[in-house]
Design a protein. Structure first.
Ligand code: AMP
Ligand code: MG
Length: 407
């Protein structure tokens, strides 16, 4: 199988993964999930006409100055705080003190804000003429009964949680979160809490992948470490089939002990690609094993992370029902010269700052694909197209921001 472009590879991945169904969850647990039903309002919001201000409910016609120029004074007959209903009907010449959110008393057709009045015992002086309807929030002004309020497919954020709460919803149908199994391969690997014996290193990829999966809304399942032995890898791989997607880390390159590709083939995996024209992350396999997506990720931690970001995350997003699957590239000014070998898309770990609304970026350290430290010092990736060999200081580049907030 020949090397394919990053763009083609992403198309292939997205074409081959599907949504995995939906489930009912409590509204408070639906944050960051995708709505799997249309939400219609069963009632009006607000449920009654109410005051938008602290002030006095009255008849707008009572706020007009008489031709003789006498001051306008009304009798205050009641007091309605929010949460209560006035017991009296309002008639001409009367006012009811009202707080924001309280229901408009019967007979009133406007609310004058307290700042435009003077209170004198049980009388209130009106300092401003207002029109009918002033400061009244009408029944159903936010949402009318029967309205389609939130459409299927929307990503649920605190605003949507609030809408669901105001509509009295307790449960909501959302897309399922895909379960993603992780298998690390390599005779050299030991668990992070193990002592290192000669020749061994700690398995960092499983922990990275586990948390990358969590961050994009998947449910990680750690299958542990398989040594570089076909039988063991096969067994563990098969145990991962209970998940919705499988990630195999390492063993996918061309070394003598890189067995994963052959094992996947033996298990009947329909391989879609094996090598992608990108750096880091060239060895990257993708296929369908018994209909489930499987990624063979490069063993080098940074290659694995970058490949996850470019392919696995969009796949998890699609499986979770999310519509927007790619971090948009934005413009930045590069603060030093960068030299690269053309022929592959490059993802340069970079530290980006924002100054006066403009992004400035520079490589965050040595770019070897095993050097996790410069990934830790990066908050973004500079994305350089295939045909480039040199980027001059102060020129414009595209970056992909990795953090939610630049730090
Ligand atoms: P491989 O793709 O298996 O040839 O591995 C490439 C490099 O990544 C080797 O130096 C491995 O030791 C290293 N590597 C592979 N798997 C892991 C892992 N799970 N954690 C940390 N490093 C790894
Ligand atoms: Mg290996």
């Amino acid at each position: 199988m020949s090397m394919i472009s990053k763009k083609d590879a992403l198309h292939i991945v997205l074409r081959n993964v599907k949504e995995i169904g939906s489930e009912k969850v409590k509204v408070l647990f639906s944050l960051d999930r995708v709505l799997a039903e249309d939400i219609y309002a069963q009632s009006n919001v607000p449920p009654f006409d109410n005051s938008a201000m602290d002030g006095y409910a009255l008849l707008a016609s009572d706020t007009k100055k008489s031709p003789s120029g006498l001051k306008v004074e009304l009798d205050v007959i009641e007091d309605v705080p929010a949460g209560y209903v006035a017991t009296k009907n309002l008639a001409r010449g009367q006012a009811i003190r009202i707080m924001t959110g309280a229901p408009i008393p019967c007979g009133a057709d406007a609310v004058i804000m307290v700042e435009n009045t003077n209170i004198n015992g049980r009388k209130v002086e009106i300092l401003k003429e207002i029109r009918k309807g002033t400061n009244i929030r009408k029944t159903g002004e936010n949402i009318g009964e029967g309205d389609l309020v939130i459409k299927k497919g929307v990503l649920i954020r605190p605003a949507e949680i609030g809408l669901l709460a105001s509509l009295g919803k307790k449960w909501v149908q959302v897309n399922k979160m895909p379960q993603v199994a992780i298998l690390a391969t390599g005779d050299e690997l030991v668990d992070p809490d193990h002592k290192l014996r000669p020749g061994k290193i700690r398995n960092s990829n499983s922990s990275i992948l586990y948390t990358q999966i969590l961050k994009c809304g998947g449910i990680p399942i750690d299958l542990g470490i398989a040594c570089d032995e076909a039988k063991v890898i096969k067994e563990k791989l098969l145990s991962g089939l209970m998940a919705d997607m499988i990630l195999v880390s390492g063993g996918i390159s061309v070394g003598a002990y890189d067995l994963v590709k052959d094992i996947l083939a033996e298990l009947g995996t329909r391989m879609k690609f094996w090598k992608v024209a990108m750096k880091p992350g060239k060895p990257l396999a993708f296929g369908l094993i018994k209909g489930k997506p499987v990624f063979g990720l490069p063993g080098n931690p940074v290659s694995s992370m970058v490949s996850f970001e470019q392919f696995v995350k969009p796949a998890i997003f699609k499986m979770s029902g999310r519509k927007h699957r790619l971090q948009p590239l934005v413009n930045a000014i590069v603060m030093e010269d960068i030299r690269i070998n053309p022929g592959r898309v490059h993802f340069i770990r970079a530290k980006t700052i924002v100054n006066n609304g403009v992004y400035y970026t520079s490589p965050s350290g040595p770019q070897g694909s095993g050097i996790l430290r410069s990934m830790s010092q990066a908050n973004s990736l500079i994305v350089l197209p295939e045909n480039l060999s040199f980027v001059e200081k102060d020129s414009n580049v595209k970056i992909q921001i990795l953090n939610e907030v630049l730090e």
